[in-house]
Write a protein that binds this ligand. Structure first.
Ligand SMILES: Nc1ncnc2c1ncn2[C@@H]1O[C@H](COP(=O)(O)OP(=O)(O)OP(=O)(O)O)[C@@H](O)[C@H]1O
Length: 219
């Protein structure tokens, strides 16, 4: 069953002449990596913010596991059901790698004693070595920082990972590494990974890719 399904979803910014997202219907399933590619201004970021529950469609419906986002508690949906990764990794510079991953768990009431071993496991799973866990993010490469950001996004139990140009700051080799990690999370652990990107190579590594033009998906 689709974890997210969209029916004729349109989003129009106030006073805008045309809709930024225009009549999109599609489904996203667990266990797959999706890429949404398109030129600047085609509507990718707006689309992602709708999936993230940051805005509601002005027309149409987005359903999460069958329930319309318009009827869900969106704070809870954002906190519990989705996690996000970004081009600029959004790590806290004054916290160590380990503390960055523990932080969201502690916000959810997990004690530091329980959070640390779980964070260590998540970091290990994305290839961060034990000695790197004590470092500050500034002492890591871009690819390593993105891996830490992915580990942090896995700290919640959310099964949907939304990525806004997550490989935008990385070279080819690191892009491949991050995509390998995301594909493994989808294929082996059942995550639904949805990435918006300019990068055609990323789109080729995804299981399904959509091309966006003028707010709609085109083939
Ligand atoms: N806050 C806003 N108010 C009005 N119009 C907006 C707003 N944000 C975006 N738009 C318009 O909506 C359309 C889609 O923009 P969006 O940022 O979603 O595209 P994008 O594909 O993500 O672009 P980029 O790759 O450059 O980030 C554009 O025409 C843009 O000018």
């Amino acid at each position: 069953m689709a974890v997210l399904s969209l029916e004729n979803v349109t989003y129009r910014y106030k006073n805008a002449q045309r809709a930024a997202v225009s009549g999109i219907s599609c489904e996203f399933e667990e266990g797959k990596v999706y890429a949404v590619v398109g030129a600047s201004g085609s509507g990718k970021s707006t689309f992602l913010s709708l999936l993230a529950g940051l805005d509601l469609p002005t027309e149409g419906t987005i359903r999460f596991q069958g329930d319309s986002l318009a009827e869900l508690n969106l704070d809870r949906y954002r906190r519990e059901s989705i996690s996000m990764i970004f081009q600029v990794f959004h790590l806290f510079p004054l916290l160590t790698v380990m503390e960055n991953v523990c932080f969201p768990m502690e916000l959810c009431g997990i004690t530091p004693k329980d959070a640390r071993p779980r964070a260590a496991k998540l970091l290990e799973a994305v290839g961060i070595r034990e000695e790197q866990m004590k470092r500050f993010p500034s002492k890591l490469s871009g690819g390593e920082r993105q891996r830490v950001a992915i580990a942090r996004s896995l700290a919640s139990n959310a099964k949907i990972i939304l990525g806004d140009e997550p490989t935008g700051n990385l070279d080819g080799e690191n892009t491949q590494n991050i995509m390998d990690i995301l594909c493994e999370l989808a294929h082996k652990k059942g995550y639904c990974v949805i990435l918006v990107t300019h990068d055609m190579e990323v789109a080729e590594m995804a299981d399904v890719s959509f091309r966006m033009k003028d707010g709609n998906f085109v083939s």
